[in-house]
Design a protein around this ligand. Structure first.
Ligand code: BES
Ligand code: MN
Ligand code: ZN
Length: 502
């Protein structure tokens, strides 16, 4: 799929299709108006006849519009002009892409990027259009014997911007959008891969490949032997019931002019399958626990996007790969583990395993003297109760970092919402036998999990993203979403000082 920007008038385009907006009720956008003029009122006459009201997502494909050079004109309903917001804009783009793809237009010039979207500029509109296009054309069918094929798929999309002055902004938006989209795709592919393929060694092999593909990247794999030497007992305990060796992949990206500059560290929970262990999960939908590595998958995706963008930063990405299985060798409720930090943990539930893996990863990364650490994890079902599937949970020990991430999440359209953390919640983790339990008393499960992690993140500025509700969609059309790759990449773009304007 090829993207470009252009600044021209609709009647001069010689394309398979031009895409223009129509507002509700039957009101032409300025560009549609231009086409209407040169076609001597052809379009407005159709609207008068009631062929298109302009409701959001309505589509009307026209062939051979009089005096128009392009073969087709796609009229797209955009709803009420004043109500066009980010969400509606993305939905309209999505619908447009599937229509173009299904109706045989292999290329198109899209004028929807000229519509006014509340509070958003050309950079944002072009970038979101690229990301949404890639997102809606995504398929994962490598395990299907008969792969469904589109006969004349969309290959080339040109976005029109209002003025020539905005061309370079548009090009930048495409570059950023493509990098994010490639990270999202990498995250989705890893997430959707079945757990008998995508085990911790598979995560490690992907991490190694990233180092092969980019000179700025080096990868180191820490297996169980080295974990033992490092004292990562808690991480090891979670994996000890599995035949698949636990492996932590450490991906180092160096792009900062000063190679010694302190890195930003991203850590992803990589439970390639979470059966719950001895505290086994119910069978219904247990297959979806292959997605318990989406934290690692999206950290991988963000590292890939970062390497493509060549940002002037040093960043370390850690994929904390592990499998949680029951069995004769598995860890059990009642076990007391000594974490790498020296703090002891009483295991009350082997299904609260993510924090036991992450706590040792958090201690491990102290060696990088990080500028900031962000961990990403499908950590708690409670987060889905609190925020549903729309917004990720955020917990942090550093207000400026929390604000930075919330801002990035809003810019990227990949939202996160901060939850509080305070001593009352910390007290819920008390254990009679160890320094803490791996489970809080009932209530605020996402926060108590965050509190647990915070005890291992005292030496640096830290934030935690709970993506249990946002990392995948379940049910019949289940798929990983690639979230929060857009958020993470935006955070890095902002850190590198590379936002919309040069
Ligand atoms: N991976 C799960 C969290 C999860 C559950 C994510 C459902 C998405 C959907 C995690 O390891 C887990 O099992 N958490 C437990 C914690 C509990 C035992 C304190 C949970 O949320 O039920
Ligand atoms: Mn679990
Ligand atoms: Zn889990």
């Amino acid at each position: 799929m090829e993207f470009s920007v252009k600044s021209g008038s609709p009647e001069k385009q010689r394309s398979a299709c031009i895409v223009v907006g129509v507002f509700e009720p039957r009101r032409l956008s300025p560009i549609a108006e231009q086409l209407d003029k040169i076609s001597e009122g052809y379009i407005s006459s159709l609207l008068r006849r009631g062929d298109l009201e302009g409701k959001p997502g309505q589509m009307l494909l026209l062939h051979h519009v009089p005096n128009v050079l392009s073969e087709r004109v796609l009229l797209v309903g955009c709803g009420k002009e004043r109500e066009l917001d980010e969400r509606q804009y993305k939905q309209i783009i999505k619908k447009t892409i599937s229509t173009l793809n299904e109706t045989g237009s292999m290329e198109a010039v899209c004028f929807l990027t000229e519509l006014h979207v509340k509070g958003r500029d050309t950079y944002w509109k072009v970038r979101q259009a690229v990301e949404t296009t890639k997102d809606s054309l995504y398929t994962f069918n490598q395990f299907k014997s008969n792969k469904p094929e589109t006969r004349r798929p969309l290959r080339k999309l040109v976005f029109n911007v209002p003025t020539r002055r905005e061309l370079s902004l548009g090009e930048r938006a495409i570059a950023h959008g493509l990098a994010v989209a490639s990270g999202v795709k990498a995250g989705k592919d890893l997430g959707n891969m079945p757990p008998n393929v995508a085990n911790p060694a598979y995560l490690a092999s992907q991490a190694r490949r990233l180092a092969d593909d980019f000179e700025s990247v080096t990868t180191k794999i820490i297996g169980e032997q080295e974990m033992k030497e490092l004292g990562m007992t808690s991480y090891l305990a979670v994996g000890q019931g599995s035949k698949n060796e636990a492996m932590m992949s450490v991906i180092e990206y160096k792009g900062h002019p000063d190679p010694q500059a302190k890195p930003i560290v991203l850590i992803g929970k990589g439970l390639t399958f979470d059966s719950g262990g001895i505290s086994i999960k119910p069978s219904a939908n247990m297959d979806e626990m292959k997605y318990d590595m989406c934290g690692a998958a999206t950290v991988f995706g963000a590292m890939k996007a970062l390497a493509k963008l060549n940002l002037p930063l040093n960043v370390v990405g850690v994929l904390a790969g592990c499998e949680n299985m029951p069995g004769g060798g598995a860890y059990r409720p009642g076990d007391i583990l000594t974490t790498m930090s020296g703090q002891t943990v009483e295991v009350l539930n082997t299904d609260a395993e993510g924090r036991l893996v992450l706590c040792d990863a958090l201690t491990y990364v102290e060696r990088f003297e990080p500028e900031a650490v962000v961990d990403v994890a499908t950590l708690t079902g409670a987060c889905v109760v609190a925020l549903g599937n729309h917004i990720s949970g955020l917990i942090s020990n550093h207000n400026p970092l929390a604000h930075e991430l919330i801002n990035a999440s809003e810019q990227a359209g990949d939202r996160a919402w901060r939850l509080p953390m305070s001593d009352e919640y910390q007290d819920q983790l008390a254990s009679p036998f160890a320094d803490m339990a791996n489970l809080g008393t009932p209530g605020a499960g996402t926060i108590t999990a965050g509190c647990f992690l915070s005890r291992f993140a005292k030496k640096y500025n830290w934030a935690h993203l709970d993506i249990a509700g946002t990392a995948w969609v379940g049910g019949k059309d289940k798929s990983a979403t690639g979230r929060p790759v857009p958020l993470l990449v935006q955070f890095l773009l902002n850190r590198a000082g590379q936002d919309a304007v040069e």
